[in-house]
Design a protein around this ligand. Structure first.
Ligand SMILES: [Zn+2]
Ligand SMILES: [Zn+2]
Length: 297
């Protein structure tokens, strides 16, 4: 293929929210980068839940394929009984402190799955940890994998049903997850030279604009840099609202698909409703923030 033809395929699009088998996605980190290449993306961030284990592989694949891979993470934090996800971009993932904190989360997660399976067994659903590990493909094991086993064994008809009946908060086999408070996640991302961004704000279930504004102000005082504005499940109204709040408070805006591969088949890489706005200028702004804040390039 001529270089000219290659240029035609390359777009200015980016996807700043993706998952691999290092957490609960169904594709290996290098495979996600290959898919990004196929989708013509100029840059993508790998943002696995609570782990940086997939980043080295993704960065190597990115260098080989000419896709800019941004080392990221998505940390689950505690927020009034539910969870608040905080994304981190441009991490120095070799940072000892970050690794130490992520190891705490890894151990907590390890302890959690057997507890969920014990509850399912007590309910008469005969699944084992080995079956769940097999389906995870060697990465992080979590509820989507348990749901897949329940589906394959015929205990539920859909993944959604597995969550609704058993696995979601309030479900019959739910086990609460250990989480850091948001302040700690912001600190660990910043310590590693990263840019912390509040993920998919609509999941916080905040009823009013005022409540979200107050929350953002609090998080900003703790070091938050941005808000994930463009997201597959945001309505145009939500998107407009987050954009307005970001402008008002001086926060960066980011966006991504939250790609999980076959574990979230309705979402495709690089594809959100307002995809024409997911362009490289989001990355440029992240870099500029980082340079201004830490003096890093
Ligand atoms: Zn999330
Ligand atoms: Zn995510």
């Amino acid at each position: 293929m001529s270089p000219w033809h290659k240029n035609l395929l390359m777009t200015n699009h980016v996807d700043l929210h993706t998952h691999s088998t290092a957490s609960d996605g169904s594709y290996r980190p290098a495979e996600v980068v290959h898919l990004a290449k196929d989708a013509g993306l100029r840059a993508m961030a790998l943002t696995d839940h609570d782990t940086t284990d997939g980043l080295a592989e993704a960065l190597a694949a990115g260098a080989e394929l000419g896709v800019e891979v941004i080392p990221g993470v998505e940390i689950s934090t505690r927020h009034v009984g539910d969870s608040m996800h905080i994304l981190g971009y441009f991490l120095d993932f070799h940072s000892g402190k970050l690794a130490e904190r992520l190891a705490v989360l890894k151990q907590a997660r390890k302890d959690r799955n057997p507890k969920i399976i014990a509850k399912l067994n007590a309910l008469g659903l005969a699944i084992t940890m080995e079956q769940v590990e097999r389906i995870s493909g060697g990465g992080q094991v979590g509820r989507p994998h348990i749901a897949r086993v329940l589906l394959e064994r015929g205990y539920v008809r859909t993944m959604q049903q597995a969550f609704d009946i058993y696995l979601k908060n309030g479900g019959k086999a739910y086990v609460a997850k250990f989480r850091f408070p948001p302040a700690e996640a912001l600190e660990m991302i910043r310590e590693a030279g990263g840019v912390p961004v509040l993920a998919h704000p609509f999941t916080l279930g905040l009823g009013s604009l005022g409540a979200l504004r107050d929350l953002l102000r609090d998080l900003q005082a703790l070091g938050l840099a941005g808000i994930e504005t463009f997201y597959a499940e945001h309505t145009p109204e939500q998107e407009a609202l987050y954009l307005k709040l970001a402008q008002e408070l001086g926060l960066l805006v980011t966006g991504g698909s939250d790609f999980h591969g076959d574990n979230k088949p309705e979402v495709t890489l690089g594809n959100i409703r307002s995809r024409n706005r997911l362009t490289y200028d989001l990355v440029t702004a992240l870099k500029a923030w980082r340079k201004k804040e830490y003096g890093l390039v």
